[in-house]
Design a binder for this molecule. Structure first.
Ligand code: GRG
Length: 274
C-alpha cells in the first residue's frame, strides 16, 4: 500500500513537473529578453537547474481542487511566478554574505559559476518578473484585472518582509543561538511556510473560490509549509551532502533545527501530526 502511494505520488510529481518545466522555459525566454546579456545566463541557471517544483505544483493542485477549469498552460504560467521567487531566494541565500554555499541541487551554486555581482542582479530581476508572470498567467486564465491583481498580491505579500524575507531576517539573526520552539515555528512559518501557503491560497484565488474556501486553503498550506520544514530538517540531519545535493547543511551552518530542538523521533512525530 505504502509503495503504491509513493509510486503514484512520484508519477504525479513527474507528470506535473513536465508542465512546470515548459512554463519555466517560456518564462525564462521572456526574462532573458528583458535583462542585460551578461545577466541572462545566471537567470537561466538559477531557474532552470532542477528542483522539485513543489510550489507551482501545489498551486495547480489547489486551483483544480477549488474548481478552476483554465487551460493547463495558463495554470502553470501563473504558478511558475512562485518558482521565480523561490529561485531568486535560493540564489541569494547561497551568496557569501548569507550561507556561502558551494552546492545546490547537486550542482555548483549560481554565484560560484557566474559571480556574486551577476547573481545579485539576476536574483533581483526575478522579483518584478515574478509579479509580471502571475499577472500574465492570470489573464491567460481569463481572470479580470482585479482578480489577477489579488493573485499577484498574495505572492508579493508572501515574498516580502511580512513573509519569506522577514523569515530570512529572523534566520540570520538567530544563527549560533538555539531558538525556542515558538521562535523556530515563527521563523519557518515566514521563511518557508509563507510561499508554500501562498501557493495554495493563490490557487484558490485564481479559481475565484469563495472567501472561506480561500482561507481553508491558506490554513492547509501553512501546515504543509511547516511539515515541509520539519521534513527538511530531518533530511538535513540524516542524509549526506551528496544525497542532499546541498552544501553546507543547516547543522554545519550552526542553525537551529527541529531535530536539534526535539530529537529525531519527536521531530518525525510533529511532522506527521502537521
Ligand atoms: C536578505 C533578509 C534577506 C532576505 C532575502 C534570500 C532570501 C531573501 C530568502 C531566503 C529564503 C529561503 C532560502 C528559504 C528556504 C526555503 C527552503 C526550505 C528551500 C528548499 O526548498 P525545496 O526543497 O527546494 O523546495 P528545491 O531545490 O526542490 O526547489
Amino acid at each position: 500500500m505504502k509503495e503504491t502511494a509513493t509510486h503514484s505520488l512520484s508519477t504525479y510529481l513527474a507528470e506535473e513537473g513536465v508542465h512546470v518545466e515548459a512554463a519555466l522555459d517560456r518564462a525564462v525566454e521572456r526574462i532573458e529578453g528583458l535583462v542585460p546579456e551578461s545577466v541572462a545566463p545566471a537567470v537561466a541557471h538559477g531557474v532552470l537547474t532542477g528542483g522539485k517544483r513543489l510550489r507551482p505544483i501545489l498551486f495547480a493542485a489547489a486551483y483544480r481542487a477549488a474548481g478552476g477549469q483554465g487551460r493547463t498552460a495558463a495554470v502553470y504560467d501563473t504558478g511558475v511566478g512562485l518558482e521565480l521567487i523561490h529561485a531568486y531566494s535560493l540564489m541569494h541565500d547561497d551568496l557569501p554574505c548569507m550561507d556561502d554555499a558551494d552546492l545546490r541541487r547537486g550542482r555548483r551554486t549560481t554565484h560560484r559559476l557566474h559571480g556574486v555581482d551577476v547573481t545579485v542582479r539576476a536574483g533581483a530581476a526575478l522579483i518584478p518578473a515574478a509579479a509580471r508572470q502571475v499577472l500574465m498567467g492570470a489573464t491567460g486564465l481569463g481572470l479580470a484585472r482585479e482578480a489577477s491583481r489579488g493573485v499577484a498580491e498574495a505572492l508579493l505579500d508572501a515574498a516580502g518582509a511580512s513573509g519569506m524575507v522577514g523569515g530570512q531576517a529572523l534566520d540570520l539573526l538567530g544563527e549560533e543561538r538555539l531558538l525556542s520552539a515558538e521562535e523556530l515555528d515563527e521563523l519557518h512559518r515566514h521563511k518557508t511556510g509563507a510561499l508554500l501557503a501562498a501557493a495554495c491560497t493563490m490557487g484558490a484565488l485564481a479559481a475565484e473560490a469563495a472567501a472561506e474556501v480561500v482561507e481553508a486553503f491558506r490554513r492547509y498550506g501553512e501546515r504543509v509549509g511547516l511539515a515541509f520544514q520539519v521534513a527538511d530538517d530531518i533530511l538535513d540531519s540524516t542524509a549526506t551532502a551528496e544525497q542532499l545535493g546541498k552544501e553546507p547543511s543547516d547543522v554545519e551552518l550552526g542553525k537551529s533545527t527541529y531535530v536539534a530542538l526535539f530529537g529525531l523521533e519527536e521531530a518525525r512525530r510533529r511532522g506527521r501530526a502537521l
